[in-house]
Design a protein around this ligand. Structure first.
Ligand SMILES: *[C@@H]1O[C@H](CO)[C@@H](O)[C@H](O)[C@H]1NC(C)=O
Length: 528
């Protein structure tokens, strides 16, 4: 009996341990991610990956993304599983990460690239992106309680599909409900243009006022969302229909995000969406951008005058205030402090006045009557800007190639970058040739010098820079001397004022030392 019962007991305990094991296993991260996902869910995850890829391919077709830099799934993420486990990411999301496409801007531009509504591309093969996926809004949540005031808000079955840019929106996906939110970090509202306003009112503002209390201020599930497939198909359609333009944001540079640049018009001009002439578009966009740059550069003399005028006015006010301080009286020390401030300001003022006169004379010569550029000659300017840009793009190729061939630094990224640089240089060459041909046709007999009164828009020659730097050093030397002389008149009581002058002289001396160093390096460069 005793034997029997002990057998039964041990049988029971084995059973209990078995049950415990099962429940323990259920709560452990599953190392084998594939088996625990149902076929229905897999279908949904593949829909997400396929639609994301469609969007990326649209952006490549629009000549915004380099198709070579789109990394399609599946990816072997075995080596990252410890990271996913550490972040408590569910198997279905890990599976999604293994099939999503990733865009990595090629070096040296491998930082952020604008994607959608101010957000950037995410790459869940990167440690940083994996970690940020649990706090995509940089809210800095505490603890593990999703009901806490500043609790976590990304459940293990959720993931962002984009990264937060500089206060833009993030695309969030919930794999359990297969819904997508597009949420603006600052407004904490949906920026999904596909939600009609009624929906937004219903789920957003109104309900909240009706007394629904949310403990966790980071939670976003009350914000309206839509079926994931619909949202991603819409994003693709908005790009295709030019309702949303690629590259609008902080990271794509002025060649995509210049207010003056009519991207929509350019796409249509080159046949988007039907028979799109992608190369023609790129050449046209480059020309439009450089034409804007030409105008901006032509107007530089006016901006210089304007900036100095603004400076002078603010100094006028400061000098007035300083004179008032001296008149008010006070201790000997205070008076000398005010006198020193005045002395300093008057020197700067004099310097600005001299420069103002110089700049005004230059502007009068280059921009008579405030007009820097004659509209019918703009194309000549454009060609000059393109000449320089085309040369610098061409020169950059060899640098890329060196990097690509460098056995330590190089690699696939730099090879792609080299090819991208070659393509870009080719576009710039074509743009330059087209602009030159137009300039000859529209302004026969004219060249850049004859229309602009300048030889070239080239960057400053090294010799000019050196001459300017030498002048600067002479000036600084003089500042030191004059400040030392000025300090000579200070009475013994002017303790604070003396300290200030000494501080000032010290500042001049360290700048002198710095500029002399620059000069030595520059001169060395010239000699080589
Ligand atoms: C995935 O990568 C790991 C190493 O990280 C390797 O051991 C494994 O064989 C790879 N799997 C496949 C299917 O290539």
């Amino acid at each position: 009996m005793a034997i029997l019962s002990s057998t039964i007991l041990s049988g029971l305990s084995i059973l209990a341990v078995g049950l415990l094991m099962q429940s323990w296993l259920r709560h452990q991260p599953q190392p084998n991610t594939i088996t625990s996902i149902s076929p229905a869910q897999k279908t949904q995850l593949h829909e997400i990956a396929a639609l994301m890829l469609e969007i990326y391919q649209t952006l490549a077709e629009m000549r915004y993304l380099n198709p070579e830099s789109i990394h399609q799934g599946p990816h072997n993420l075995s080596s990252l599983h410890p990271l996913y486990t550490a972040q408590n990411i569910d198997p279905e999301i890990v599976y999604l990460y293994s099939i999503l496409p990733y865009y990595i801007g090629s070096p040296p531009l491998d930082g952020e690239t604008d994607f959608f509504h101010g957000g950037t591309f995410a790459d869940f093969r990167e440690e940083e992106d994996i970690e940020q996926s649990r706090d995509p809004f940089y809210a800095g949540p505490d603890g593990v309680d999703f009901d806490a005031g500043n609790g976590p808000y990304m459940q293990s079955w959720m993931t962002p599909l984009s990264r937060l840019g500089n206060h833009g929106s993030v695309i969030l996906y919930d794999a359990r409900v297969h819904q997508i939110w597009i949420i603006d970090q600052e407004g904490w509202v949906s920026t999904d243009p596909g939600l009609d306003e009624e929906e937004e009112d219903d789920d957003g503002g109104v309900k909240e006022e009706a007394g629904v209390q949310r403990m966790n201020r980071n939670s976003f599930e009350h914000i309206p969302s839509r079926p994931a497939g619909d949202v991603l198909r819409d994003i693709n359609r908005w790009f295709r229909e030019l309702e949303v333009l690629p590259g609008v944001g902080e990271y794509s540079g002025p060649e995509w995000d210049d207010e003056e640049l009519d991207l929509r018009g350019l796409y249509r001009e080159y046949g988007w969406l039907g028979e799109f002439d992608g190369e023609g578009f790129e050449v046209g966009k480059t020309r439009a951008y450089c034409s804007g740059q030409a105008r901006y550069k032509a107007e530089e003399p006016l901006r210089a005058v304007e900036a100095l005028r603004g400076w002078r006015m603010s100094f006028d006010r400061d000098i007035e205030r300083c004179r008032g301080d001296i008149a008010k009286g006070g201790s000997v020390d205070e008076e000398w402090v005010a006198r020193f401030e005045l002395w300093k300001m008057e020197r700067v003022y004099k310097c600005i006045s001299v420069q103002s006169e110089e700049k005004e004379a230059i502007a009068a010569g280059l921009c008579p009557g405030g007009i820097c550029i004659k509209e019918d000659e703009l194309v000549v300017w454009e060609a000059e800007v393109l000449r320089q840009e085309a040369r610098s793009k061409r020169d950059s190729i060899s640098r890329y190639r060196e990097w690509a061939e460098d056995s330590e630094q190089g690699g696939r990224g730099w090879e792609i970058a080299t090819r991208a640089a070659e393509k870009e240089a080719d576009i710039y060459r074509k743009a330059y040739e087209a602009a030159s041909a137009d300039a000859e046709r529209m302004c026969p007999g004219k060249n850049f010098e004859s229309v602009s009164g300048r030889q070239a828009l080239d960057e400053e020659e090294m010799e000019t820079s050196i001459r300017k730097l030498k002048d600067k050093i002479l000036n600084l030397d003089r500042e030191v001397q004059e400040a030392t002389e000025w300090a000579g008149q200070l009475p013994d009581e002017a303790v604070q004022a003396r300290a200030m002058v000494e501080q000032e002289i010290h500042g001049f001396r360290s700048r002198l030392e710095f500029e002399r160093g620059v000069l030595t390096r520059m001169s060395g460069h010239v000699v080589q």
